[in-house]
Design a protein around this ligand. Structure first.
Ligand code: UDX
Ligand code: UDX
Length: 432
């Protein structure tokens, strides 16, 4: 039984720690937030992630998973310590490493035996070397350690599945032996394991996320051209996806990507590139197209409603994607702000993100379900494609609205069916 400590019990750390426990390791999760740890000890989840609660309960009961705010307790006898604290976007678009720095310092101050320190958080290229430097500088006396980069590729909403069935495990280190020891932790998952140097592993994470964001902006640009020329981007994407060189995933046009990763990672990569003398033109365009996707929604509403002043707009879906309560960089936030700036009244609903949304959005009427949102609306806007929105009684919804305008920001409805029901329907990239 390997002993692992995970620092940070957020979307990534909690899933990582719990899954490692499920694989038979002894895991202690550390977080600086007292109330989070108290909740977790009581079996309450601080985040919504399908399948996680049951897995936490099972592994806690089996004695393989523990929670604490104490680094001393977390690091006691641990062989590995995973750093999974957040690395948010800084004011210049760079990654803010202050939490990684503080985690590294605390590890250094507390460690009393050799450790393998694994960076899970997405960190700029070169951070592994910097973490090693911090640890060496803050150790009261020199104790052996190695730093390994092991980027996460977990999608919120399917993070437990993604951990258990990874496409690949990437490990980067200057210390091959340490990387091989980390590889042992993943052997039972039977995934391809790639060992590289530190910087290459760090870059694989950024390049992967930037490429996926690039595909989304690409299909969103094609969607805009489809709208102008009368083609249907949904079918275009299907037709493209049959080509094995292209593949069908991440070609869904919509209101643009959000979340805790793509926006900050594309921005951080562009920032890194530009301060090192490169010109990240493609990355900048990827971000620009993404911003425009939000604005195009407002434009469509203006085209149909004229002024938005005092109009009531219903918003379905607030989380940045389905099956999560995460509101970080959610398209809904920017869209709602833009609408409110034009004087519109907003009524909204999300199946799980309402509590988080209330903390971020002001002046919004939060409704109990999609039907309540529709009441008296001048237009209904789909921002997040939750399954429950795909099977609504749209006839009822149309009756409840003041004007039957449906802006489908995720292309979940069939345009012909909606038109037959009497809606004025606008999807994304669906020629009409
Ligand atoms: C992760 C990654 O770590 C980030 O780099 C990646 O790109 C996106 O996902 P995430 O798990 O989503 O971050 O962050 P969050 O849910 O905010 O969780 C971070 C946790 O670390 C929080 O619970 C916070 O309290 C904790 N934390 C933060 C510490 O325990 N110590 C600190 O010093 C800072
Ligand atoms: C992402 C990465 O996929 C994952 O590997 C990890 O590095 C963390 O970041 P996540 O942000 O949880 O995962 O969600 P993801 O499913 O990748 O979606 C990100 C955003 O892109 C969402 O806002 C989603 O709505 C949007 N998206 C995704 C599209 O607009 N179109 C698509 O075809 C796919």
């Amino acid at each position: 039984m390997r002993k692992i400590c995970v620092i940070g019990t957020g979307y990534v750390g909690l899933v990582t720690g719990t899954c490692f426990a499920d694989l038979g390791n002894l895991v202690t999760c550390v977080d600086i937030k007292e109330e989070k740890i108290t909740k977790l000890k009581a079996g309450e989840m601080p985040i919504y992630e399908p399948g996680l609660e049951e897995m936490v309960r099972r592994n806690t009961q089996a004695g393989r998973l523990r929670f604490t705010t104490s680094y001393e307790e977390g690091l006691k006898d641990a062989e590995f310590v995973f750093i999974a604290v957040n690395t948010p976007m800084g004011s210049e678009g760079e990654a803010d490493l202050s939490y990684v720095r503080s985690a590294a310092q605390l590890i250094a101050e507390v460690m009393d035996h050799p450790l393998i320190i694994v960076n899970k958080s997405t960190v700029p290229i070169g951070t592994g070397d910097w973490v090693a430097e911090i640890i060496s500088r803050h150790q009261p006396q020199p104790i052996e350690f190695a730093v390994v980069s092991n980027p996460e590729f977990l999608r919120e909403g399917s993070a437990v599945h993604d951990f258990m069935y990874p496409d690949r495990i990437v490990l980067g280190s200057l210390n091959r032996e340490a990387a091989e020891k980390v590889a042992q932790l993943y052997l039972s998952l039977r995934a391809p394991i790639m060992i590289t140097d530190l910087r290459t592993a760090e870059m694989i994470k950024y390049a992967s996320n930037a490429y996926l964001a690039n595909r989304i902006s690409f299909i969103n640009e094609i969607a805009s051209i489809c709208e102008a020329l009368g083609a249907d981007v949904k079918e275009v994407a299907v037709g493209m996806g049959y080509d094995k060189r292209i593949g069908s995933s991440f070609l869904e046009a919509g209101v643009g990507y959000g979340g805790s990763c793509f926006p900050k990672d594309v921005s951080a990569l562009a920032h890194m590139a530009s301060i090192h003398g490169c010109h990240p033109q493609l990355l900048r365009t990827v971000m620009e197209i993404n911003r425009d996707q939000r604005r195009r929604v407002i434009q469509k509403l203006r085209d149909l409603l004229g002024t938005l002043d005092c109009k009531t707009i219903g918003v379905l879906g607030l989380a940045f994607k389905p099956n999560t309560d995460d509101m970080r960089e959610a398209p809904s936030v920017e869209i709602i702000h833009l609408l409110q700036n034009e004087g519109a009244h907003i009524q909204a609903y999300d199946p799980v993100a309402m509590d988080r949304a209330r903390q971020i959005l002001s002046g919004v009427i939060f409704c109990k379900d999609a039907y309540e949102v529709a009441q008296g609306c001048d237009a209904l806007l789909i921002v997040t494609e939750w399954n429950e929105f795909k099977h609504l009684d749209m006839g009822w919804i149309k009756q409840a609205m003041r004007q039957p305008i449906l802006i489908d920001g995720r292309n979940i409805y069939d345009p012909e069916t909606m038109k037959a029901l009497g809606f004025v329907y606008r999807g994304v990239g669906r020629g009409y």
